[in-house]
Design a protein around this ligand. Structure first.
Ligand code: SF4
Length: 468
């Protein structure tokens, strides 16, 4: 991955999606807030590729005795590092890595260990290494505890011994031709590698790794020569869902359990099909919100009665103001006459409604009454139905086109929740930077996406009822 990133920086796999851009934006925002905690600090803000200029500016800041240097830059034997905060502590320094996560991860320690190695090699006396991450206990408007600082000096010191060899291997590999590396667990951890399709030959259809929640057992099945579901031995112990998947794939047809009829009895007409889209900024912006608290800013609701009448309600917030009261009122209005409120993976909608009820006391009782009527369509499908085209997934994006072939998400500009969330955040919190026409276009794409999610449930329920 490193070789391709370095030798092919314009590779299509490295194109930045809206969701990736959102991660970058979060990192930049968190970095800005972190710097405010070190008044008088000097920011090394030349362009990222101006290595030598950045290093020279850092040396000048060190010589001037700056109390803190942000993005302090060092280059040693072709290894460049940029330290988020280098804080002076008497005659020595604290190296601080700022992370927009809510906890420390093993890769963070690896990251600071490399920085520590380079700083020491360039003669900077670092005695303390910290990771400063987002504190999930923080609540807006009090941002004084937005960060937690964790001392990881011992952990970073403990792996110093192996850093020079790791760096040597990487710089050697970069200087040579494309290295041959077997695919393995490292391709997915700590993040999924974007070059997966280059290294991994396409797996055959119904590969055992698609078996529902099989986890690491897939590896041993492949090792035993069982590569596809078609070759699964009949005596293999599986969960009821995975066993149904095997039956369906082997028979090449949909399998529907008798239990579907009873499960659908929990759904009483009129039914409100409800879906939210949320934003979850790392630095909270509305009263009482925690970092990364998913807050509903958009809703779609189709209401369907037994006579076949269908009504649609929708709302999409505008601007950075707190939308929770308006969303709450829209939900209550839409669900007022419904006996059942149906959602797909309803724990998400339930969480949104409960947080909204806490934030908007005037709507609390009615919101909780909506939550009581929530029924989850996902387990009804998962526990009773399997179609070979599900591919081991019960996400509505897989289930809808399999069960209702004329419907899917491919015709939409926005086709997944992560993209919708990234665009919503940009539109609401940074909308003034987007031209009016573009704003209108994005709003209409978002409305179409959320509307599809609820209409998908209407069509799914229709098809499921036919199968009972
Ligand atoms: S898929 Fe695995 S082996 Fe291939 S480039 Fe990515 S990490 Fe390396």
């Amino acid at each position: 991955m490193l070789w391709w990133q370095s030798h092919e920086p314009n590779a299509p796999e490295l194109a930045i999606s809206p969701a990736t851009q959102q991660l970058f934006n979060h990192g930049a925002l968190v970095g800005r807030f972190a710097r405010e905690l070190f008044p008088g600090g000097v920011h090394i803000d030349s362009e990222p590729w101006q290595y030598r200029q950045r290093c020279a500016a850092t040396q000048a800041a060190l010589a001037a005795g700056s109390s803190a240097i942000f993005e302090a830059s060092f280059l040693e034997q072709r290894v460049f590092v940029s330290v988020d905060v280098l804080e002076r502590d008497g005659h020595t320094y604290n190296l601080i890595e700022v992370k927009s996560t809510t906890q420390i991860k093993p890769e963070h320690v690896q990251d600071v260990a490399v920085q520590l190695h380079v700083l020491r090699a360039t003669g900077v006396d670092v005695t303390k290494v910290e990771v400063m991450h987002i504190n999930r206990e923080c609540r807006y408007p009090d941002l004084s505890n937005l960060f937690t600082r964790v001392d990881v000096t011992a952990e970073a010191e403990a792996i110093q011994v192996r850093i020079p060899r790791q760096l040597h291997r990487m710089t050697e590999a970069l200087a040579g031709t494309l290295p041959t590396v077997e695919v393995g667990d490292h391709c997915n951890a700590p993040h999924e590698c974007p070059f997966m399709s280059r290294c991994r030959l396409a797996l055959p259809a119904h590969h055992v790794s698609t078996l529902y929640r099989l986890g690491k057992r897939a590896k041993s099945l492949v090792a035993a020569g069982i590569e596809t579901i078609h070759r699964m031995p009949p005596d293999c112990k599986l969960s009821p869902v995975a066993a149904r998947q095997v039956r369906s794939v082997k028979a090449d047809r949909i399998v529907v359990e008798d239990g579907l009829r009873d499960a659908l009895e929990a759904i009483v007409f009129p039914v409100a099909f409800l879906d939210f889209e949320t934003i979850a900024p790392p630095v909270p912006i509305w009263n009482g919100c925690a970092p990364y608290e998913a807050t509903a800013v958009q809703m779609s609701c189709h209401v369907f009665d037994e006579q076949g009448n269908l009504e649609h309600f929708e709302y999409l917030a505008e601007g950075a103001g707190d939308p929770r009261t308006t969303v709450a009122e829209a939900v209550i209005r839409a669900c007022r006459g419904a006996q059942t409120v149906l959602a797909y993976n309803a724990s998400f909608e339930r969480g949104c409604i409960e947080r909204m009820a806490n934030a908007v006391p005037s709507c609390r009782t009615e919101l909780l009454a909506v939550a009581v009527r929530l029924v989850d369509l996902l387990p009804i499908v998962r526990n009773n139905v399997y179609h070979p085209d599900f591919g081991g997934s019960f996400s509505i994006k897989r289930v809808l086109p399999a069960l209702v072939p004329s419907w899917g998400y491919d015709d939409l500009e926005i086709g997944d929740g992560a993209t919708a969330q990234a665009i919503l955040e940009r539109l609401l919190l940074n909308g003034e930077a987007i031209l009016l026409n573009e704003r209108r276009k994005l709003r209409s794409q978002l409305l179409a996406y959320c509307r599809r999610d609820t209409f998908a449930m209407v069509k799914l329920l229709e098809v499921l009822r036919v199968h009972t």
